[in-house]
Design a protein around this ligand. Structure first.
Ligand code: HEM
Ligand code: HEM
Length: 244
């Protein structure tokens, strides 16, 4: 916690409200987020092109063109970056600050499950009044990230299984067994393709919600994932979950 800022609670209000600045997202979490976002967008675009290749009419001979090879190269390069970036984030879940701790992502306690219901009632159904202000992820967002992390694992396993027929290196070879287990390459490919659409929907909803919370709460939600700092009302304790 550092400087205290004075600013209107809402642009339409003249009443001044006092806010603290709290350091929430450490460098590894911010780097993880940026690398994850960029590599996932590239994986989705290149994956889509692999699944539905476009015929490009050029005067050149086919052997003079290598655009599809480049698309596949970008897909595989991003795949490795994406997977190792995710492993670093898992490690940070054990050594990072309380906002990035792995426990936030599992609704293990009764309290966490109650908070998820509160967020659904207030933010999704717009039925109850939101009585809490979260510094880190709100519990519903954290649980959604947990489900997304499971999807990350599934996509990486099916991706490396597909890659095992094209590469003899150690990592892909470890996932060869997945092909017969899932019923053949066509089935693995089908599921790998289907999950593309899960990620596309996730990204659209996620960016919308980031903008929504940034606007409604006015606490620097989006800039925080870049700078690390978030604003918190002076009346609220600098805890992960506090009464407004
Ligand atoms: C966000 C993550 C990812 C998305 C959205 C994604 C999407 C896709 C899609 C849509 C396809 C085309 C499937 C089809 O033929 O219909 C594909 C192919 C493929 N993906 Fe991924 N993928 C992801 C991650 C990975 C990872 C981590 C690997 C691991 C190396 C990987 C390896 C492959 C391979 C080997 C192919 C087949 C390429 C070919 O036959 O030319 N993918 N991917
Ligand atoms: C495009 C692909 C993107 C993906 C796959 C993605 C994924 C994620 C994930 C997995 C987290 C949780 C981070 C963690 O706990 O370590 C997260 C958090 C966050 N992301 Fe993204 N993100 C993307 C783009 C964006 C963009 C464009 C913005 C800004 C408009 C954004 C804003 C945020 C914010 C503000 C948080 C923290 C939200 C919270 O407290 O729950 N993300 N994102």
């Amino acid at each position: 916690m550092s400087t205290t800022h004075l600013q209107p609670a809402h642009p339409a209000h003249s009443k001044m409200a006092e806010y603290y600045r709290i350091y929430v997202w450490e460098v590894p979490v911010r780097l993880y987020h940026g690398i994850n976002a960029l590599s996932m967008v590239l994986l989705c675009v290149t994956g889509y092109l692999i699944g539905a290749p476009h015929r490009i009419f050029y005067a050149n001979e086919a052997y003079q063109l290598y655009w599809f090879g480049t698309v596949r190269f970008i897909h595989f390069l991003c795949a490795f970056i994406w997977v190792f970036n995710f492993l670093v984030r898992i490690y940070w879940g054990f050594v990072g600050n309380k906002y990035s701790n792995w426990r936030n992502y599992f609704p293990l306690t009764k309290e966490q499950r109650g908070e998820i219901r509160e967020v659904i009632c207030a933010d999704v159904l717009q039925y109850c009044k939101n009585s809490r202000s979260y510094v880190g992820h709100n519990p519903l967002a954290a649980f959604t990230y947990f489900l997304t992390f499971l999807a990350f694992i599934f996509q990486a396993v099916t991706g490396f299984a597909l890659y095992s027929s094209m590469s003899s290196s150690v990592l892909p070879s470890m996932f060869k067994f997945v092909i017969p287990l899932m019923g053949g390459e066509a089935v693995v490919r089908f599921w790998h393709h289907l999950f593309l659409w899960f990620f596309v929907v996730f990204i659209i909803v996620h960016v919308y919600l980031a903008l929504y919370h940034d606007y409604v709460e006015g606490r620097g939600e989006i800039s925080a994932i870049v700078s690390g700092w978030k604003f918190h009302h002076v009346d609220a304790a600098p805890d992960n979950k506090v009464k407004k």
